[in-house]
Design a protein around this ligand. Structure first.
Ligand SMILES: C[S@@+](CC[C@H](N)C(=O)[O-])C[C@H]1O[C@@H](n2cnc3c(N)ncnc32)[C@H](O)[C@@H]1O
Length: 246
């Protein structure tokens, strides 16, 4: 017999405290017994929580889940297991939980690993996921930047380690959504200048959050405005051509 559990819903929020959340997600968030909020271990704030700060969630319903920033697979696996264990013990008490995550839950998110760990512990667990607006959709909308026209290719790419790899990807695709740029921006920009395509690109830094930058003037960025972790760059290999001379 399948065990009776509370409901587990994962949902995308943000980017930014801007009401960019589905109606289904909002309803579930308002009804939840607990709101699970992922947070980088050691961080004081959670970006996901900032994204729902305009929504009235009683403080006592909020529970932080601390994820370490680590590449140690064994450590990460045991952390995800522990987190999944805590979630399951709440579900066994018939609590209805929502798990909020920035952008879309299945676009480069620790949500994926958490769901995997939940399924390892209870293979038949029912997971409900409501999609969110990804950071790259938000920058495209904010900058009136068509991501794909006609049959153009769009590649979503975590920033590679070398300019050669990135160059090859730009040459093989029409549009690149470059995520997780971190401290690689200087050589990325240099490559775009060398390829003479810098003018076709847009950058979103901390989209929807404080100190947001949305720009197509990548040369004009001041040192303290350079992309860090929360940045996404859309690179268009060629100026757009299509219907109506777009
Ligand atoms: C762990 S991934 C999360 C992606 C997220 N699930 C999404 O759909 O956008 C983190 C990367 O997402 C991008 N990102 C997420 N939120 C952002 C924001 N508010 N502004 C700019 N980039 C953001 C950055 O490229 C960052 O390196």
């Amino acid at each position: 017999m399948t065990e009776k559990l509370g409901e587990f819903i994962g949902m995308g929020v943000g980017p930014g405290p801007s009401g960019l959340i589905t109606v289904k997600s909002l309803n579930a968030l308002l009804k939840a017994d607990k709101v699970l909020v992922p947070r980088a271990k050691g961080a004081k704030e959670s970006v996901a929580l900032t994204c729902v700060k305009d929504i009235d969630i009683p403080k006592e319903k909020i529970e932080f889940l601390d994820y370490p920033m680590s590449n140690d697979e064994t450590l990460l696996h045991s952390i995800y297991r522990n987190i999944a264990g805590k979630i399951i013990s709440d579900l066994r008490q018939n609590l209805n939980l929502v798990y909020i995550t920035i952008g879309d839950p299945y676009v480069y998110s620790t949500y994926t690993y958490t769901v995997h760990a939940l399924k390892e512990l209870i293979p038949e667990i029912v997971i409900t996921t409501y999609p969110g607006i990804s950071s790259f959709q938000a920058i495209a909308a904010a900058m009136d930047f068509p991501l794909g026209i006609g049959k153009e290719k769009i590649l979503i790419l975590p920033c590679p380690e070398t300019a050669e790899e990135l160059k090859a990807q730009i040459e093989n695709n029409d549009n690149i959504v470059l995520m997780k740029i971190g401290d690689r921006f200087d050589w990325v920009r240099k490559l775009l200048v060398e390829m003479d395509i810098l003018a076709n690109c847009v950058l979103g830094k901390r989209i929807g959050l404080d100190n947001e930058i949305l720009t197509n003037d990548l040369m004009g960025l001041k040192v303290d405005e350079k992309p860090g972790y929360l940045s996404v760059l859309i690179i268009r290999g060629k100026p757009p051509v299509g219907r109506n001379g777009l």
